[in-house]
Write a protein that binds this ligand. Structure first.
Ligand code: ZN
Length: 78
């Protein structure tokens, strides 16, 4: 009887070990997580309301403008 119990325990332990190995090994087989998409910050043109990437927008008088509505006479800086 004692021997039967021993085999039963070995079976359970072996089962748990195999299950743990399968679970820990599974994530490495998965596809790598893709990098998060690069979000491009956009700003709204004060004149026409179109959204342009911030680095392409013109900032003048505390407001953003697209290329077409660059305020004349002011010192627009990128
Ligand atoms: Zn505009």
């Amino acid at each position: 009887m004692g021997r039967l119990l021993l085999f039963a325990m070995l079976g359970v332990i072996g089962y748990l070990l195999v299950r743990r190995l399968l679970q820990s090994g599974a994530p490495t087989l998965k596809h790598p997580v893709p990098p998060p998409e690069q979000t491009i910050e956009t700003v709204r043109c004060t004149t026409c309301g179109v959204h342009v990437p911030r680095r392409e927008a013109l900032y003048a008088n505390g407001q953003f403008y697209c290329d077409q509505h660059r305020p004349s006479g002011s010192t627009a800086e990128r």
